[in-house]
Write a new protein. Structure first.
Length: 367
């Protein structure tokens, strides 16, 4: 529920966030209409038809990921304490992230296209009335209006889960400047570590889809089952509404992906800090869930080292070396406080603190 509330609040404050997503929907909608009613499928053999169909899914994946990259870049700007700049976000996506986006689109579109083909193969043919070009049929096509079956639901759920995984990978290269291979591993690892949270976000997304697509679903039902006639204008309004409904759904999914990724970053920061100071390492559930685009700049305090940054300093190799280096900078009073509150610290840390105290006391006696 927090994700939905956050998404609605962000949308109220920044409605421009839907612009790149709605733009990608326009491209997908035009492509869908063209390939269904105008593309000369009969001029190509099966191989050619598959190639052109896959090409459409690749371009659809590319436009969606590009628009999501813009959204994630805007979030990074705000969470870093900077003023949001749409032009800069688009520039970063087109110049810096585009290589990762193309490769990820290629992988995503292959799996997506495969799932769609399997769905068509295993689903029953559903013919409802005529299929000629009209505003009504365009609306039904763009809405994916089809009879319910568990087969369709299963494949649609898999397609959605795959899409949400893609949206968790985007921040890895947009925020952490990782190469593609590490970005892919990072996204998959986060889903593996936070499976319950991912499922929670998946269910929330299903709920969002149900509510935003409910008005056109009622319209389709009234028309098909009760023979209620709607004007061409009503169907065109329905088409525009479907564009915003789709955009808002993708928007919620990408916000969830960015939020989960940021949550993991916060946890890793807290874990490293606790480990460095010899404190009990926290559980993920103990870390406060981040609130995107609020007054707290979550990314400002998390250091992200770029590939060209070189650190010329001593880097301790073992955990013991790290603890020793950290505690050796503390005063004797601070070290004695740690010893007197040893239940808050790890056993290993207390042993190192006692060792440093002994060394400092010896040094004092010699002085």
């Amino acid at each position: 529920m927090k994700t939905i509330k956050s998404a609605i609040q962000i949308f109220r404050n920044h409605p421009i966030f839907l612009f790149p997503l709605f733009t990608s929907w326009v491209f997908i909608a035009i492509g869908t209409v063209y390939f269904k009613w105008f593309f000369p499928w009969e001029d190509y053999n099966t191989t050619g038809q598959f190639i052109y169909a896959y090409l459409f899914y690749f371009l659809a994946s590319l436009t969606v990921l590009l628009s999501c990259s813009v959204l994630v870049e805007l979030i990074e700007q705000d969470e870093s304490g900077k003023k949001m700049d749409m032009t800069k976000a688009i520039k970063e996506s087109l110049l810096t992230n585009i290589g990762h986006i193309i490769i990820l689109s290629f992988i995503w579109s292959i799996v997506w296209f495969t799932l769609v083909v399997l769905k068509v193969m295993f689903s029953k043919k559903d013919k409802n009335g005529d299929d000629e070009l009209s505003a009504e049929n365009i609306a039904r096509t763009l809405a994916g209006n089809e009879s319910f079956s568990w087969t369709n639901f299963t494949f649609d759920a898999l397609i959605q889960a795959l899409r949400m995984l893609m949206f968790i990978i985007v921040p890895a290269f947009a925020w952490e400047n990782k190469n593609f291979s590490n970005s892919l591993k990072r996204g998959i690892a986060i889903v593996g570590l936070r499976t319950s949270k991912f499922i929670e976000g998946f269910i929330v997304s299903l709920g969002v889809q149900f509510f935003v697509y409910l008005p056109p679903a009622i319209m389709f039902y009234l028309n098909a089952k009760l023979n209620v006639e709607f004007s061409e204008l009503a169907w065109y309004i329905c088409i525009i509404y479907l564009g915003f409904a789709w955009s808002f759904t993708i928007y919620v999914e990408q916000l969830f992906g960015a939020e989960l990724f940021l949550w993991q970053m916060k946890y890793e920061k807290a874990y490293k800090k606790a480990e460095k100071n010899g404190l009990r390492t926290p559980k993920f559930s103990e870390i406060e869930r981040p609130q995107l685009l609020d007054e707290v700049y979550e990314l400002k305090d998390i250091e992200i080292i770029s590939k060209d940054k070189i650190i010329n300093q001593y880097i301790p190799k073992s955990r013991e070396d790290k603890l020793y280096l950290n505690f050796s900078e503390k005063s004797i009073d601070e070290l004695n406080y740690i010893v007197s509150n040893k239940n808050k610290y790890q056993k290993e840390a207390i042993e190192i603190v006692n060792k440093i105290l002994k060394e400092k006391n010896v040094a004092q006696h010699r002085a």
